[in-house]
Design a binder for this molecule. Structure first.
Ligand SMILES: Nc1ncnc2c1ncn2[C@@H]1O[C@H](COP(=O)(O)OP(=O)(O)OP(=O)(O)O)[C@@H](O)[C@H]1O
Length: 257
């Protein structure tokens, strides 16, 4: 297998500035398929900007982004899901006044292959295919009992996991997670970790931005460390956290690598 086909994400020479602030500088790294990877670094290092560039929220100034071997560098954001990339946000973007199932069905619209499929009124068909798939995905994740509940009524940890189901139902094979463990209590964190491990076992590749290094250590094989938009280290967490540049980057912050 060539390096290109075995990479879920390949970034090379990526740069992005905002009004003179160089948020990302000549950044290159690869996320091999099936290798859960964390993007870490102090506040303002550029982690969220990388997610925004990969998902197409912002255009690049320079460089190239490939998802599953496909060049997405200049692809419109809405088309990138077809290459298998999806993301979750720090602030969950589920619609609070719709049920869990309705939120999942909205997410599935991105997969509609034709206008006919898009317009088929799922409410009229109790056994609508998307509805069946959404219910099955909820059951599989142990979240079946929440299907008809309003999202606004759900505990925060459950909402986070519903958001994961939404992303995977949209057909994601590369899932980018922005601080998935933030705000979760220990039992919610454990449930999230189990959920992510189940996704990994199904072949979904995860790229995780996370400040909780215990959480990173428990699921990630590889970490990429950013500081001021540059990659300063890459490898297993146990090794990179010993590196001088990484230790210096975290000195003077409340975080620890
Ligand atoms: N839309 C924007 N407009 C202007 N500057 C921005 C924008 N997005 C990011 N930046 C700047 O780019 C730099 C990197 O920010 P980014 O949010 O990517 O860092 P981060 O590593 O995700 O930080 P945190 O851990 O605090 O979320 C910062 O200096 C930030 O102020």
């Amino acid at each position: 297998m060539s390096a290109a086909t075995s990479a879920a994400l390949a970034i090379s020479g990526l740069s992005k500035s905002f009004a003179g602030v160089r948020a990302i500088r000549d950044l290159s790294f690869t996320v091999p398929k099936g290798v859960t990877t964390a993007l870490i670094g102090p506040n303002g290092a550029g982690k969220t900007t990388v997610f925004n560039l990969v998902s197409g929220v912002y255009g690049v100034d320079a460089g190239r982004i490939e998802v599953n071997g496909q060049d997405v560098t200049h692809m419109p954001s809405r088309k990138r899901i077809s290459t298998g990339v999806a993301r979750s946000f720090q602030n969950i973007r589920l619609m609070p006044h719709l049920s869990v199932l309705e939120n999942l069905l909205v997410g599935q619209h991105v997969r509609a292959s034709s206008l006919g499929a898009l317009l088929t009124p799922y409410r009229l068909f109790p056994n609508h295919r998307w509805k069946r798939e959404a219910r099955a995905a909820l059951e599989e994740s142990g979240l079946g009992r929440w299907g008809d509940e309003m999202v606004s009524a759900l505990p925060y940890g459950v909402r986070k996991r519903i958001d994961l189901v939404r992303a995977t139902l949209a057909g994601a094979s590369l899932l980018m997670l922005d601080e998935p463990a933030a705000g979760l209590n220990p039992s919610e964190t454990n449930a999230l970790r189990d959920h992510l491990r189940a996704l990994m076992a199904k072949g979904v590749t995860l790229l995780v931005v996370e400040h909780d290094m215990h959480f990173v250590d428990s699921i990630c094989e590889n970490v990429v460390v950013l500081n001021f938009g540059e990659k300063i280290a890459e490898g297993p967490l146990s090794r990179v956290r010993q590196e001088k540049l990484v230790r210096e980057a975290y000195i003077g912050t409340d975080e620890e690598a």
